[in-house]
Design a protein around this ligand. Structure first.
Ligand SMILES: O=C(O)c1ccccc1NCC(=O)[C@H](O)[C@H](O)COP(=O)(O)O
Length: 264
């Protein structure tokens, strides 16, 4: 059987992180995290726990399914537009090979906006949690398809110690079971099938009831406009994560305003 894109990205990430760790050992990275001062609370979680629907707006130059989305990629302007338009959080891809992201981009955005920020990468090593903390992230993504339940639980505990909040991503009932048993406070259901890239909102609807009411439920991927936001609100999503539609919009402020209006 051929390797899925997720497996390919994970294998590449494992090699990347090994090289990064050889250059900056965990002890030195952990010291950099300490220099950031005491844990300040969980801004990412708080931003998603408000009663109205929350919007996580994504900054990404490219993706495996779409290739390059924005060749110019004025990422600081994009992030500032999201903040002005009333985004609740920013998700910033840092994976370099397929999403053309970087920690440098993340840090520049971090210095330019005050919103909580999710460092979106493919976490397969605890080391990456420290990396996220060191660059000023509030949240990280843990993908159930890449991690078993015990590892997710261990990483969630480490996140708690570092003052990070994890968005735990699931795609089916089994993965939601794993996220819940591990103690996830935020679960994202990815509407994009990462094997064939098809988007199916019915997935978010089908899986809704499996997520306990106290857990924040994020619908991810494939949102194209206000109608999609309205249908995700109708199925009980607490938050939406939107990338491509906003990235391609020449007027991000108006598009986000229309989406927020649809969520009322
Ligand atoms: O989007 C992809 O092609 C992709 C492929 C493999 C792993 C992850 C992938 N996407 C990451 C994401 O989670 C999306 O960037 C995010 O949910 C936003 O989706 P969209 O609004 O459709 O850009």
């Amino acid at each position: 059987m051929s390797e899925t894109i997720l497996e390919t990205i994970a294998a590449h990430t494992r090699r990347r992180v090994a090289a990064e760790q050889a250059e900056l050992p965990l002890a030195a990275l952990a010291h950099m995290c300490e220099l950031r001062g005491p844990v300040q609370g969980h801004r990412f979680l708080e931003a998603l726990r408000k009663p109205a629907m929350s919007f996580i707006c994504e900054v990404k130059k490219a993706s495996p399914s779409k290739g390059v989305i924005d060749p110019d990629f004025p990422y600081l302007e994009i992030a500032r537009d999201y903040e002005k338009a009333g985004a609740d959080c920013i998700s910033c891809l840092t994976e370099p090979r397929w999403f053309l992201g970087s920690d440098q981009i993340f840090q520049e955005i971090r210095r330019s906006v005050s919103l909580p920020m999710l460092r979106k990468d493919f976490i397969i090593e605890e080391y990456q949690l420290y990396q996220a903390k060191a660059i000023g992230a509030d949240g990280v993504l843990l993908i159930c398809a890449l991690l078993d339940t015990r590892t997710i639980a261990r990483y969630l505990e480490r996140c708690g110690m570092l003052g990070l909040t994890a968005l735990v991503e699931a795609h089916n009932a089994e993965e939601i079971g794993s996220a819940v048993s591990a103690g996830a406070e935020i679960i994202g259901v990815n509407n994009r099938n990462l094997k064939d890239f098809t988007v199916d909102f019915a997935n978010a609807a089908r899986l809704r009831d499996l997520i306990p009411p106290e857990v924040v439920y994020v619908a991810e991927s494939g949102v194209t406009g206000p109608e999609d936001v309205a249908s995700l609100l109708a199925i009980g999503a607490d938050a939406v994560l939107i990338g491509e539609a906003l990235m391609r919009s020449p007027d991000k402020e108006s598009m986000l305003a229309a989406m927020k209006e649809a969520a009322k």
